[in-house]
Design a protein around this ligand. Structure first.
Ligand code: HMG
Length: 392
């Protein structure tokens, strides 16, 4: 008997503050339309020192976990390239913070922005073999390129949490997918750096080449064509990147389908445009954005392009389930984005420099303003001090 496996629930967290891209453009002497249209970003999440990938993941996961679901979780797969320790997995901190059962496998996965997709596919295969299992998959990152760099406009951050189960509420994953790896120096971050190194224009070309390769291979493997899809969801380092990806294959569709795929893309980029790049989580925020702002109905097939610099790409697909809207809290997500407050460019620059230092000193962060349930209070005796507070 074949088990239907996929995404049952999704949560998303991004911190309380954002930077307006028009303000950033003025401060950097650029035409605002370069950022708003040329790059396709309106706002960028500003990550305070009191949030790291562990707390952001906990804040995203707590939206989708009940005590009963927690008791059933067998595995936590944490995709991130912003890990807080070279040895200990963020997934272990997370499992403890969330109060997950001790008989849980907790692992961190790294391959640039591809880590969460690795987690999703490993989780799906695990559930195919163990149909009663529930797996928590995380994509959480802080995208940092540095002040006054070309990449600055593509920064951002946040976390997506997904529950992978049999008979999922949101999306049933197809078992066949196409993946491709090559040793490419388009974007990387050596262990001595807190900001990424990037060959920006080259990275956009590699992204598009990988998409072409895996899309062609997927079609050859499945005999499906563009006509079988209602929407394509892209990794969105900035929204224009996915737009270019879609344009690459649109000529394969007839005119009415070109219009519907373009409309679906507009829905899928809406939330990313407000948050910026969250690396591993970006593809899944785009998926959530499509579910929230699109007009899809159950039974439609969606295509996903995951890309992680360095580089690994994957095209996979899934079928939307009829009751998909009950797998996420739309009102909460709308409020979370709407309730954020703008910071000035000067405030953003100050916050950017306030990351927890890399020298192991005891540090007490300025806490007390947090609205999120989970936050970082500082470091003592070389250990991060995570806190949980009750919120409304
Ligand atoms: P840049 O040099 O600042 O920008 O770098 P540009 O000069 O290429 O301009 C960008 C676009 O704005 C162009 O449009 C201009 O024409 C347009 P395009 O030709 O691309 O269609 N433009 C305007 N449009 C309207 N009105 C105007 C105007 N002026 C210009 N007045 C770049 C841009 C993306 C390279 C830079 O921001 C960067 O390096 N970003 C970081 C790298 C990145 O995001 N790469 C994406 C692919 S790699 C990836 O996705 C993986 C990643 O997520 C990491 C991981 O895997 O972990 C990054």
């Amino acid at each position: 008997m074949t088990v239907t496996v996929g995404i049952d629930k999704i949560g998303f967290f991004t911190p309380d503050h954002y930077l307006d891209m028009v303000d950033l453009a003025h401060a950097r002497g650029e035409d605002p339309n370069k950022y708003l249209i040329g790059i396709g970003q309106s706002k960028q999440a500003v990550i305070p020192p009191t949030q790291d990938v562990v707390t952001m993941a906990a804040n995203a996961a707590s939206q989708i976990l009940t005590p009963a679901i927690k008791a059933d979780i067998n595995m936590v797969l944490f995709g991130t390239e912003s890990g807080v320790d070279n040895s200990k997995a963020t997934a272990v901190y997370l499992a403890h913070l969330l109060g997950l059962p001790a008989n849980t496998r907790a692992i961190e996965l790294k391959q640039a922005c591809y880590g969460a997709t690795a987690g999703l596919q490993l989780a799906a295969d695990f559930v195919r073999v163990h149909p009663t299992a529930k797996v928590l998959v995380i994509g959480a990152d802080i995208a940092r390129y540095g002040l006054r760099t070309a990449g600055e406009v593509t920064q951002g951050g946040g976390a997506v949490a997904m529950l992978v189960t049999a008979d999922p509420t949101i999306l049933a994953l197809d078992a066949i997918s196409s993946y491709h790896t090559a040793d490419v120096m388009d974007f990387w971050r050596p262990t001595y750096r807190t900001e990424a190194l990037v060959d920006g224009k080259y990275s956009t070309n590699v992204y598009l080449d990988f998409f072409k390769t895996v899309w062609a291979d997927y079609q050859a493997q499945t005999q499906r064509s563009i006509a079988d899809f209602s929407a394509f969801v892209f990794h969105l380092p900035f929204t224009k990147m996915g737009r270019k990806g879609l344009r690459q294959i649109l000529p394969e569709a007839d005119e009415p389908q070109q219009a519907s795929l373009t409309a679906a893309f507009e829905a899928s980029q809406a939330d990313n445009r407000e948050v910026g790049n969250l690396y591993t989580g970006s593809l899944y925020l785009s998926f959530l954005s499509l579910l929230r702002h699109g007009t899809l109905v159950g039974g439609e097939r969606l295509g996903f392009f995951s890309y992680g610099s360095g580089a690994e790409g994957e095209f996979f697909s899934g079928v939307l389930q009829p009751d998909y809207r009950s797998g996420f809290d739309d009102d909460f997500l709308t409020r979370q984005l709407a309730d954020r407050q703008a910071v000035s460019v000067a405030e953003y620059e100050a916050i950017f420099q306030q990351q927890l230092s890399n020298d192991g000193r005891d540090t007490q962060l300025a806490v007390g303003q947090e609205r999120a349930p989970y936050y970082l209070a500082g470091r003592q005796h070389q250990q991060r001090q995570y806190r949980h507070q009750a919120t409304n």
